[in-house]
Design a protein around this ligand. Structure first.
Ligand code: N01
Length: 549
């Protein structure tokens, strides 16, 4: 029996001892390993994949690309690294980001401390040992004083529970688990379900390969062209001359990428002038348009003006007026679901081999052996692509089956939504740290900047603990409650509350509706963390003693 076989392996597996176990070898886990090793800790990193890169390892779907310029979306911790690395394009493709991750791993000799193909199946806090016992699906057991979750915010994939999917006779894939060797879609009848950032990127590329592509859209999305281009060597050279200044500006900005604050409200200018500025911003691409006025993300009436402008653009680009209307997002403010960045997304719907299906009007009733069925009839495919997103932020942590002090399960603690102190740790779970966990700015920012801030904070806290002979640290319940209340309070002052988004857990049936990231800005958050550290880790409870790990 398989379970017996597995437990037999488990029993035979010796308990290995570490100072720290880090889970995940994406950008967060790699940098955490680098920092902890420099402190002299014995560290092992457990990674499900067979390579480094995290998000950029798994998301190798056609068209996958970062939507932050790579000069900003890259590590800043090593001046040499940032000088020697060159990005071919302004917005890097997934293969280039993976190449970068591998380069960093090799340059800092990281893989020797990474166990690839290893998934954490359970982690239990052992109070007698003052250490975490970490179990892996291969039957491994590890004892470690510190457990650090670097599992990413968007790594627990969500495949809708459609009746009949098991009987589909073609191939199906989720964008976040795309096969490593790629998928040859040429001449195939393909369906893409989902039109969030992943779908918006994949659809134009798949349309070029497939014989026919059906796009199944539930909620239309606001999307802005990036106008990606090769990185101008002069821009790169000038940037690198003052890299430290650029990094400093990013690190102290609200979103982890610096933009000058626009001076005017969208409501303070005449409609013609506003239109002209939006046009100009649209032509700049990406976030250009959002930088035209200072209240597009905060004032509903100002937001309406930019949302109207995007709908005009869609109607201008898409030739069939019914298709254009179906693609127009309405009913939620622009930016309250993740704003998509695209290359020829709306143009793709002018292709003769692309059909848009409106799932709002005609929901999927079931999957069939040859495709799927709505009330409009059957659709037949060779390949179905699920671009249906993630059980975001809490999903990757809950999938680790974590149990803290006194048998307190994380799933139990979070049954009404995530509760953390600063998105860094939880009361009842000593020495468990989360990189970009719920309650931190994370997904609302340039992720690498947030990752570096968290890793630096955690490394310095561990260093401080060791120097003070502190064996356990965990958030104080009252400090955690106050932070949870603050995260909620700040979110209620924004427009985010008007959208049914994954930020709120709305995409997963039964998930508590709690706005998970901290929307108060990375700059404010960083100041708060610095203050917490300067005050001797205010809000954390420490215990001195010996560790038996
Ligand atoms: O996932 P999503 P994603 N039936 O949740 C639809 C980052 N990212 O992988 O909106 C039918 O955004 C769902 O519809 P609805 C970025 O942070 C970044 O695209 O729930 N449809 C939606 O259209 C992003 O936000 C980059 O009504 C269903 C889509 O599937 C995050 O990852 C690139 C459905 C899911 O969209 C997630 O993006 C890619 C169902 N049962 C991703 N369930 C860049 O850097 C869900 N949907 C550019």
């Amino acid at each position: 029996m398989e379970s017996e076989g597995r437990s037999a392996t488990k029993a035979a597996e010796p308990l290995t001892r570490w100072d720290a176990v880090v889970v995940g070898a994406g950008f967060a886990g790699m940098y955490m390993l680098y920092r902890l090793r420099a402190l002299g800790l014995r560290v092992t990193v457990l990674e499900t994949g067979d390579d480094v890169g995290g998000t950029w390892y798994w998301n190798c779907y056609p068209g996958a690309r970062v939507d932050v310029p790579s000069l900003n979306y890259s590590y800043s911790f090593s001046p040499d690294l940032q000088q020697e690395w060159s990005w071919p394009e302004v917005y890097s493709s997934q293969p280039d980001l993976l190449r970068y991750a591998r380069h960093v791993a090799d340059r800092f000799d990281l893989p020797r401390d990474i166990q690839f193909g290893t998934t954490v199946s359970r982690a239990d806090y052992d109070e007698d040992a003052s250490a975490w016992v970490v179990h892996t699906d291969a039957g491994g057991r590890m004892l470690a004083q510190y457990l650090i979750a670097a599992v990413g915010c968007l790594s627990a994939t969500n495949v809708p529970d459609y009746q009949g999917l098991d009987h589909f006779e073609g191939e199906w894939y989720h964008t976040g688990r795309w096969p490593k060797g790629g998928v040859d879609l040429s001449g195939q009848r393909v369906a893409v379900i989902g039109t969030g950032s992943s779908g918006v990127q994949a659809i134009p590329v798949i349309a070029e390969q497939a014989a026919h592509l059906h796009v199944f859209q539930r909620t239309p999305n606001y999307s802005i062209p990036t106008y990606n281009a090769p990185l101008d060597p002069d821009v790169e050279r000038e940037w690198k001359q003052i890299y430290a200044e650029h990094r400093d500006r990013d690190h102290n900005s609200a979103g982890g990428i610096y933009f000058p604050t626009p001076e005017r409200s969208a409501l303070d200018v005449e409609p013609e002038e506003r239109q002209r500025l939006f046009e100009e911003g649209w032509q700049k691409g990406a976030f250009g348009m959002m930088q035209t006025f200072n209240d597009l993300r905060t004032d509903l009436r100002a937001n309406d003006t930019v949302a109207d402008f995007v709908r005009q653009q869609i109607k201008r680009i898409v030739k069939d007026p019914i298709v254009a209307e179906t693609l127009c997002p309405t009913g939620y403010p622009l930016g309250t679901k993740r704003l998509c960045m695209d290359t020829n997304y709306f143009q793709t719907f002018n292709r003769p081999n692309v059909t848009l299906v409106d799932l709002r009007a005609h929901p999927i009733l079931e999957m069939t052996p040859t495709g799927l069925r709505t009330d409009q009839g059957p659709y037949e495919f060779d390949v179905i692509v699920f671009a249906t997103g993630y059980d975001a932020m809490t999903g990757p942590l809950l999938r680790m089956n974590i149990t803290g002090r006194s048998g307190y399960r994380l799933a139990e603690k979070w049954q009404d939504g995530p509760r953390t102190y600063l998105g860094l740790g939880m009361a009842g779970f000593p020495n468990l740290f989360t990189i970009t966990g719920p309650g931190s700015p994370s997904v609302l920012t340039n992720m690498i900047v947030s990752i570096e801030q968290h890793v630096d904070f955690i490394a310095e806290m561990i260093d401080n603990m060791r120097r003070r002979a502190v064996t356990r640290i965990e958030p104080d319940e009252a400090a955690e409650d106050a932070w949870v209340a603050h995260v909620y309070e700040v979110s209620q002052k924004t427009l985010y509350k008007y959208a049914e988004s994954w930020y709120l857990g709305a995409n997963i049936a039964g998930k508590p509706r709690v706005f998970m990231p901290y929307v108060g800005g990375l700059n404010a958050y960083r100041r708060r963390c610095d203050q917490v550290a300067a005050r001797g880790y205010e809000g954390f409870v420490v215990t001195a003693g010996s560790v038996h790990a």
